[in-house]
Design a protein around this ligand. Structure first.
Ligand SMILES: C[S@@+](CC[C@H](N)C(=O)[O-])C[C@H]1O[C@@H](n2cnc3c(N)ncnc32)[C@H](O)[C@@H]1O
Length: 215
């Protein structure tokens, strides 16, 4: 490989790695970029989750934390939001930005993975996970785990960038698993959910929201 190409490959691989697990000094910038670039997709997922005031919701893989703030607004003073992340730095960032919500018990931050959620069965009214499943090798295990923690009749919203649009981004070949939308729908159905497919076209990258209801 020519030297310039290998420098480019290293930079893109590092960017993809940061998006899959933001950390260190670069992670701070990544958190900011995620909150800006994915704002509309996250807001769409929160809207689709339809959690009522006083409800209990989670954002799994919250990254920069935009989804946590929106969910806290939705559940109000009597509700609870769980933020689950594998990134210790994103957990620390959320901790420092939400001191009073954590103190009041409205926000609970937990280290954990999509495939091993630190939450009891049927404990949530709603969960969102946006732009995360690209980093999970076992999609079926992740969907089964998400369906386990959302109560029957609740809402589980999986947001993904359109795979064709994502494939055109220079960093996605470096560690993203881009799955066709029907494959994600099938994994949610396999986990016992009824799935509604919504599209978000007015986002920087078109997104798909798979709004799943555990039975
Ligand atoms: C591309 S960012 C998306 C963040 C945010 N949801 C958004 O849409 O802006 C992916 C996030 O998922 C987290 N993540 C990756 N794999 C995960 C896993 N197995 N379980 C939980 N979070 C995960 C990463 O640490 C990162 O913060």
């Amino acid at each position: 490989m020519a030297p310039m190409n290998s420098v480019r490959a290293r930079l893109l691989s590092s960017l993809a790695g940061q998006l899959g697990n933001p950390h260190g000094v670069l992670g701070k910038g990544i958190a900011f970029v995620l909150n800006r670039g994915n704002k509309a997709a996250i807001a769409g997922a929160v809207e689709a989750a339809s959690v009522a005031p006083g409800g209990t919701a989670a954002d799994v893989g919250f990254g920069g934390g935009a989804g946590l703030s929106l969910l806290l607004d939705r559940v109000g003073a009597d509700g609870v939001v769980h933020g689950v992340e594998i990134s210790a730095d994103m957990l620390a960032r959320a901790r420092s930005g939400h001191g009073s919500d954590i103190e009041s018990g409205r926000l609970r931050l937990l280290e954990g993975s999509l495939t091993a959620l630190p939450l009891p069965d049927d404990s949530l009214d709603a969960a969102i996970t946006v732009n995360t499943v690209y980093f999970v090798p076992d999609l079926r295990a992740a969907c089964a785990e998400l369906a386990r923690v959302v109560r029957p009749g609740g809402r589980l919203v999986v947001g993904i960038g359109d795979p064709d649009a994502m494939a055109k981004l220079p960093f996605t070949p470096y560690g993203f698993t881009l799955r066709p939308v029907p494959e994600v729908i099938a994994a949610l159905e396999q986990a016992g959910c009824q799935v509604e497919h919504r599209r978000l076209a007015n986002t920087p990258i078109p997104h798909h929201l798979l709004v799943a209801t555990p039975r």
